[in-house]
Design a protein around this ligand. Structure first.
Ligand code: NAD
Length: 426
């Protein structure tokens, strides 16, 4: 079923009968999300989000389901749509609708038109809070539904690319409500982007291709939080990792972390597997495809499917055929074959399941607490992008350590005084 705003159905998922499988998988993820569980218990008692309309545009995974349920337990009226056409887990979407009565608009593989129809359906909820992973919902609201702006208390943003877009909106004066950049919390990007994307990107590549990593030349474009996580893990599996960068400091870090660093032009003819994690566009393009070896595998784990110039690959190819799930074979005029994974969409969510619940626990604890913060304070904030309050960030770290059974030291009064003073020297 394709949703249009005129129809406004209560939900749009692939197959509601998948709910039983989704339910079990949501429960599985919940086990590994102890911080979110604690927040859920408190929300259930205190109902801090009572009656607040929330529209969330997130990857519809088992972990997101646990976040949506937590917000609902806090009293919110939650509607969910997908933040990427290929990242939805259809059984989870079904369970959210059937078991939890959370209106969900998300179908894995939905086309562009349906993707935006689902965003429009989420906006029909007249949200007071929006939650984004990539800023598509806020962009649609500000661009096409200005009548909704007066309802808005604020918004939260999950990922680097979304934060970049929102900062640009704030700079140009088009942002009309406060946004909390969940991505910038230490307990988010230091863990989710590095360990979560690092591991799940490898998982996605391996599930799609069944390649042995040992001995492969893996070219990693971008040595940010995601890129370094992926590079380190690929190295751990025995790959010969090459990094490409545009930022000299990050390139230097990659060198000192023991990676070879070179331009994409130099890496193109020697790489076996290429993975972009930059948040930038056309990082791998025609001039690179033209130099790649036959059999080169190309994929992306950055937010949007613009990091690989797919139209250029389409133009260079004389033939295209699917060879495995999430693998398209492009044959070039000279007979070389290039394999594109997951249509260039984030491969960890296209062919795998996204980040493990253990790490999403922290990201989504920040999300839930940031929503609570917005409900309390949003009306007094400026129309700009705010960090997650430090107290929230630190409380997530403390709760996670507690859940992991790890104890740390506390400063003695003498140490506190010493660290705040300047008078004591050699
Ligand atoms: N797959 C996922 O589940 C997932 C999770 C988190 C973030 N993301 C996305 O991954 C992308 C990267 O996020 P991050 O947190 O690592 O960002 P980051 O800003 O920490 O790192 C990006 C790096 O890419 C580099 N870069 C930019 N253009 C480049 C180019 N042309 N060639 C080589 N390097 C280039 C930058 O200099 C920077 O070091 C973003 O789009 C983000 O939204 C995806």
């Amino acid at each position: 079923m394709t949703t249009t705003t005129a129809v406004k159905p209560e939900f749009d998922v692939k197959d509601p009968s998948l709910a039983a499988r989704g339910r079990i998988r949501i429960e599985w993820a919940e086990q590994w999300m102890p911080v979110l569980r604690l927040i859920r218990e408190r929300f259930r008692k205190e109902r801090p989000l009572e009656g607040v309309r929330i529209s969330a545009c997130l990857h519809v995974t088992t972990e997101t389901a646990n976040l949506a349920i937590t917000l609902r337990e806090g009293g919110a009226d939650v509607v969910l749509c997908a933040s990427n056409p290929l990242s939805t887990q259809d059984d989870v979407a079904a369970a959210l609708v059937k078991d939890h009565n959370i209106r969900t608009y998300a179908i894995k593989g939905e086309d562009h038109e349906t993707y935006y129809a689902h965003i429009a359906a989420a906006l029909d909820h007249r949200p007071q809070i929006t939650m984004d992973d990539g800023a598509d919902l806020v962009t649609a609201l500000l661009s096409h539904r200005p009548e909704l702006i007066p309802h808005m208390i604020g918004s939260t943003e999950e990922t680097t690319t979304g934060v970049i877009r929102l900062r640009s909106m704030a700079k140009q004066g088009v942002l009309k409500f406060p946004v909390i950049s969940v991505n910038d919390a230490d307990t988010k990007h230091l863990f989710d982007n590095r360990y979560g994307t690092g591991q799940s990107t490898l998982d996605g590549i391996i599930r799609a291709t069944n390649q042995l990593m040992a001995g492969q030349r893996v070219v990693v474009a971008g040595y940010g939080w995601c890129g370094r996580g992926f590079a380190t893990r690929a190295k751990g599996l025995g790959a010969d990792v090459i990094v490409t960068e545009v930022n000299p400091t990050r390139a230097l870090e990659a060198v000192m972390d023991g990676f070879r660093v070179m331009s994409m032009a130099e890496a193109a003819p020697i790489g076996d597997i290429f993975c972009t994690l930059t948040g930038d566009k056309n990082v791998v393009r025609a001039e690179h495809f033209e130099r790649m070896k036959s059999g080169a595998i190309v994929c992306n784990s950055g937010h949007f499917n613009v990091e690989i110039d797919i139209p250029a690959l389409e133009r260079l190819a004389v033939r295209k055929r699917p060879t495995r799930d999430f693998v398209d074979e492009y044959t070039l005029a000279d007979g070389r074959k290039i394999y594109l994974l997951g249509e260039g969409r984030l491969i960890n969510l296209a062919s795998a399941e996204g980040h493990p619940a253990v790490v999403m626990d922290m990201s989504f604890a920040n999300q839930a607490l940031s929503v609570e913060y917005l409900v309390k304070n949003g009306r007094t904030l400026e129309k700009t992008v705010y960090p997650v309050p430090a107290a929230i960030d630190q409380s997530v770290a403390r709760l996670k350590l507690e859940a992991l059974g790890v104890t740390i030291d506390t400063l003695t009064p003498e140490q506190e005084q010493y660290l705040a003073s300047w008078s004591e020297g050699t």
